[in-house]
Write a protein that binds this ligand. Structure first.
Ligand code: FAD
Length: 294
């Protein structure tokens, strides 16, 4: 099923993100994770794509497993900045061969080694070019990334949102946000989208923080705002891993309930391949999930 059709049903979607196991881990390790996530009845599970990594080839394989063996709808991420047009065509072909209908079209981050290479001349510069090409390729349901607090490279938030408008004008069926810890940022972002007449449904990305190393890294990469409530929790529990995990799960549940109550189009949980944390979150929103409509 196409995600654009799910979003027409006026019920918030609940979805999860997984990533292909890193080099040292066999690909089969993800199967147990998917099995456990399946019990939580997600609307779909997305699979990330390494911009230049050896795990790239596994995205189609894992997305196909999710769809064709586990019977769960899937969303395959696809980045373009380090790819040639032929490589993109090949991946789309493989996705189609595996009956995968949903693609998250991304630019991707340019790896340091590419940036240092004077001969690096990307065939794609922005996600919008990839979106145009996927459209020309056939009837896909296409999603894109968005950043409630602005993209980290963007010097000007206004330009960032104007570029987002260009991207949605290419014909995006839905957007998925980068993680955020302050729902007010998300609501302000929704207002900006409204002002620019961007009507694309927005699925909110939720990251349950469970350890301090993760938080530091995420903050470095995304530059996301850490609200006072979040910092108080960190300050209080940073040396008690179990307490921090409990607090991180409760924080995510609180964010999700607030978003669902506000009529969000969907919730996308960054599972970090840790089904236990996602299970605990889902258990806490069981009834909330079954009663709400958008
Ligand atoms: P774009 O939309 O192209 O934007 C990139 C930057 O360029 C922004 O600053 C934007 O303002 C600017 N820009 C856009 N158009 C123009 C223009 N015409 N002229 C000038 N500037 C412009 N990365 C991965 O490697 N693999 C993944 O699987 C992955 N999954 C992700 C999932 C989600 C939900 C999100 C939010 C991010 C994900 N990323 C992933 C990270 C993403 O690839 C990076 O954030 C990347 O830096 C930007 O990708 P984008 O598609 O948002 O780029």
């Amino acid at each position: 099923m196409k995600i654009r059709d799910m979003l027409l049903e006026r019920k918030p979607t609940v979805s999860f993100e997984v990533f292909p196991p890193k080099r040292d881990y066999p690909i089969e390790t993800i199967h147990d994770t998917i099995k456990e996530l399946k019990d939580l009845h997600p609307d779909f599970i997305s699979v990330t794509y390494g911009a230049a990594g050896s795990t790239q080839n596994h995205t189609v394989e894992i997305a196909s497993k999710i769809k064709n063996e586990f019977g769960i709808e899937t969303l395959a991420h696809l980045t373009c900045v380090t790819s040639t047009r032929d490589q993109i065509k090949r991946v789309l072909h493989e996705l189609r061969e595996n009956q995968i209908e949903n693609v998250l079209a991304l630019r991707g981050d340019i790896p340091e080694t590419y940036l240092k290479n004077p001969n690096f001349t990307p065939q794609y510069h922005y996600a919008s070019e990839l979106i145009r090409e996927i459209h020309a390729d056939g009837d896909w349901s296409i999603g894109g990334a968005c950043y409630p607090e602005g993209h980290v490279e963007s010097k000007n938030k206004l330009d960032d949102i104007k570029f987002l408008k260009q991207k949605t004008d290419e014909g995006l069926d839905f957007l998925v946000t980068q993680l955020f810890f302050d729902n007010e940022m998300f609501y302000q972002f929704q207002e900006k989208l409204e002002l620019l007449d961007i009507q694309t449904p927005v699925i909110a990305g939720i990251f349950p923080f469970v350890n301090i190393r993760q938080i530091k890294r995420i903050q470095e990469i995304s530059g996301c705002n850490l609200p006072p409530k979040f910092l108080r929790i960190l300050d209080r529990y940073e040396h008690s891993p179990k307490a921090l995990q409990e607090a991180g799960i409760a924080y995510a549940v609180d964010q999700i309930i607030d978003l669902l109550s506000s009529g969000v189009d969907g919730i996308h949980i960054y599972t970090m391949n840790k089904p236990e944390v996602t299970k605990r979150i889902m258990r806490s929103i069981n009834h909330v999930r079954s009663t709400l409509n958008r």
